[in-house]
Design a protein around this ligand. Structure first.
Ligand SMILES: N[C@@H](CCC(=O)N[C@@H](CS)C(=O)NCC(=O)O)C(=O)O
Length: 206
């Protein structure tokens, strides 16, 4: 049995989308990061890094959303080409996402919303970088349906997680027609709709 420890966050939703796309049954274990549950002792025993998501697959504990996506794709033989250029392109996008886009979006959001005091240079730096990366993806999607070509893969799932929460860093898809078209296409997939509904349902009413 698969367990996912997660909340309604950009990195968590990726894992639920992959599980729904792959039709793998799972139990969703809510970790309310707004209340700091990711720093509780029981959760730290699962992920000493104190962050969601965490996947537990038959006792095998795995952290890092990109690693989890690769694990699920390899387990099923889907959403990731088995070899060659197609597979390399997926890893290219996963690394670009994990080392570039995700930190830029996360830090832009932190300095805009959570910093104990205003840090205009840091906020501008990460916001400008996040927006530049949106432009990069928009240009790529001018000539192809998905981020690695004509097939929907785990790389699309990775990028979708943050695009779904694009308001947090104060960015937007306005003026990015290709990225907007891609976002609408991915958001309309039944598995994506199901995953979002499931993860939103664990957020307690304010
Ligand atoms: N590189 C990690 C990042 C995980 C991450 O930053 N998770 C956020 C939610 S999206 C979190 O748990 N934040 C709470 C915290 O850092 O205390 C991944 O891709 O899984």
């Amino acid at each position: 049995m698969i367990e996912v420890h997660a909340f309604a966050t950009p990195n968590s939703v990726k894992v639920l989308i992959a599980l729904e796309e792959l039709r793998l049954p799972y139990e969703l274990k809510p970790v309310n990061v707004r209340r700091g549950e990711q720093k509780a002792e029981a959760f730290l025993a699962l992920n000493s890094n104190g962050k969601v998501p965490v996947l537990v697959d038959d006792g095998f504990v795995l952290t890092e959303s990109a690693a989890i996506l690769v694990h699920l794709a390899e387990k099923t033989g889907k959403l990731l080409p088995q070899h060659g250029v197609g597979r390399a392109r997926v890893f290219e996008q996963l690394f670009f996402h994990a080392s570039g886009l995700s930190p830029a979006f996360g830090n832009a959001g932190f300095f805009k919303r959570a910093s104990p005091e205003p840090q205009p240079i840091a906020e501008a730096r990460f916001t400008t970088e996040g927006d530049r990366l949106l432009g990069l993806l928009d240009r790529k999607l001018a000539s192809q349906s998905f981020v690695t070509g004509e097939e929907f893969t785990i790389a699309d799932i990775a990028h979708f997680g943050w695009m779904w929460r694009i308001a947090f860093p104060g960015l937007s898809l306005d003026g990015r027609p290709n990225l907007s078209r891609w976002f609408d296409t991915v958001a309309a997939r039944p598995a994506v709709e199901l995953a979002i509904a499931r993860v939103e349902a664990i957020v307690p009413a304010a």
